[in-house]
Design a protein around this ligand. Structure first.
Ligand SMILES: [Zn+2]
Length: 300
């Protein structure tokens, strides 16, 4: 079974992104071996990334306990492995599981963490959404947060920021001020265009939120998916590049709308060669164009 089949739809995107970038950079290079199905990577002294397939989440180890994030368990029973990976590092209790946003592919399968007594936290809008939809296999959070919350555990501070609507109306930006690391998911991809038709994405709030994140004090971005080449962390340049892409795409699509072009003509006609080496450019650019066409044409 291939890596992408194992990991599901979003991992297929990531695999596409890897392949796309590999082709763009080195057309004659041999095909890289498939990465292992899961791995844990140390980012700094107390901060780790747990990756399962094409999804990943951050966890923070302190002497008084562990702060975990997204269980990434949709159609991949990840939590048991995730907990085993944490247990290789520490026997301290897992105190928290914090959801990055409400989308199932990142937050399903957290029950084994709940069974260990972890407290589940998400943005208030995520809590409301999950209570409304009652998805199977998703632990409803114990606590909702608004615009800001600070968690202190074993001397480590983790801030939960809400910078407005973007890829959902409930995305948190988790910031470790001492380590200068942020973890935020699905709206600041590493070297890739936006996923498919940008479902659930708010415009122009996403660009406004990006400006707020870029203005924050941090050096390392941990996203919810590795980028091309299995790159697991990014920098402010990645965030700036995503903002440039969205601004360039928006301007190009606006021109088409203003010129009275149809959806189809815009989706076929707009090209952004500056980004053609990015993951997902071929399959997803037309769908990203459609999203911006709706924004400029109908204010959606
Ligand atoms: Zn998402």
């Amino acid at each position: 079974m291939s890596f992408s089949r194992k990991a599901g739809l979003s991992a297929a995107l990531i695999a596409t992104a890897w392949i796309g970038a590999a082709r763009a950079q080195a057309p004659a290079a041999p095909v890289a071996p498939a990465p292992p199905p899961f791995a844990t990577t140390k980012v700094t002294e107390n901060v780790y990334i747990f990756r399962m397939g094409g999804h990943q989440s951050m966890f923070v180890v302190t002497k008084d306990g562990v702060i975990a994030t997204d269980p990434v368990g949709l159609r991949r029973p990840a939590a048991k492995t995730y907990i085993e990976e944490i247990r290789k590092i520490t026997q301290a209790p897992i105190k928290y599981v914090i959801y990055s946003h409400s989308h199932y592919d990142h937050i399903a399968g957290g029950q084994p963490f709940k069974d260990l007594g972890a407290r589940f936290i998400a943005h208030n809008n995520a809590v409301a959404r999950l209570k409304q939809l009652k998805p199977a296999d998703i632990v409803i959070p114990d606590e909702g947060v608004g615009n800001f919350k600070k968690i202190t555990l074993g001397g480590t501070v983790l801030e939960l920021h809400y910078v407005g609507k973007n890829h959902a109306d409930n995305t948190l930006v988790m910031r470790l001020p001492k380590e200068k690391i942020i973890f935020t998911v699905d709206w600041i991809p590493l070297g890739a265009v936006q996923f498919r038709g940008m479902a659930d994405t708010y415009l122009p709030d996403t660009q406004e939120g990006l400006k707020k994140v870029i203005a924050m004090d941090w050096d390392i971005l941990i996203p919810g998916h590795p980028g091309p080449g299995l790159r697991q962390t990014g920098t402010k340049d990645d965030a700036r590049n995503v903002l440039s892409y969205l601004d360039d795409l928006s301007a190009a699509v606006k021109k088409e709308v203003d010129a009275g072009k149809s959806y189809d003509d815009a989706m076929k006609g707009v090209k952004l060669p500056k980004y053609e080496a990015w993951g997902g450019y071929g399959p997803f650019l037309p769908m990203n164009i459609e999203r911006f066409y709706d924004f400029h044409n109908r204010g959606i």
